[in-house]
Ligand binder design. Sequence first.
Ligand code: ADP
Length: 287
Amino acid sequence: MSSYFLGVDLGSTTAKAAIVDENAALAASSVVQMGAVSRQGMRRAIDAALRHAGLRPEEITRIVGTGYGRRLVPDVDRTFTEITCHARGVVEWQPDVGLIVDIGGQDSKAITIDDLGLVDEFAMNDRCASGTGRFFEVLARALECEVDEIGGLALRGTADLEVSSMCATFAETEIVSLVAEGADPADIAASVHRAVTARILGLVALVGKRTPVVLTGGVAKNPAAIEFLAQALDTPVIVPRDPQVTGAFGAALLARDATAPSTRGEPLPLISATSSGADCSVCAGPN
Ligand code: ADP
């Protein structure tokens, strides 16, 4: 009989669940949108993953939680940071990865990976909305479109407009003004992507660029985010098939690693790291 392992990533805006079998193969995954971190959203994500895998809860051998709400995961056996889980997930998919850029709803991270597939250093921005999915959500709202439409729009932009505000609240005002002045929405979208990419480059500079580069998190589903980052880093950017579940997948693998030999030969460590220390006072506004 097969064994199954559950990883749950309770993020700031979404709950993700992934189930792997004893061979580290992904059996099922799910993403549930939440208003805020919620037990209900997490329950729905877990139930959906179990349903897709055709499993009952008692057939799960071990559970690992990650993300902001990792301690809320029911019956959790162990928790790990998102850094550890993203690294574990990406290394399974792309063993030679050098740099992981993870852009979620409210934070972004740059993580370097060493030759053994272990985390070397990371930098994180969780204080300022610029450089996160939230900035793109502000853009979508101001342009009155869906967040999954702005990438296609940005790829059609040509002019470089000034979107100087790094604060989401001020940037929204700036974008609305550009719309009112008759600027092309495609140019606005491209310019916002450029600004977010610049912020991500700042994070990458803190840990040092390495290749290959893998982009994870919900924002990795945005084709313009991929393209602009690839151009800015001057290297191809690899995106896993379902980038948003990378942390949950990594968590499920860590649950499996505890009972079986790691597919990487080495367990991943708990993290030690640097932080970018973003200072919101520089733009003196709410983010
Ligand atoms: P968190 O773990 O912080 O909750 P996620 O990694 O789940 O974040 O990413 C959520 C972000 O991904 C949101 O800002 C959302 O706008 C963005 N996102 C999700 N799906 C898409 C898509 N199809 N296109 C563009 N952005 C997306």
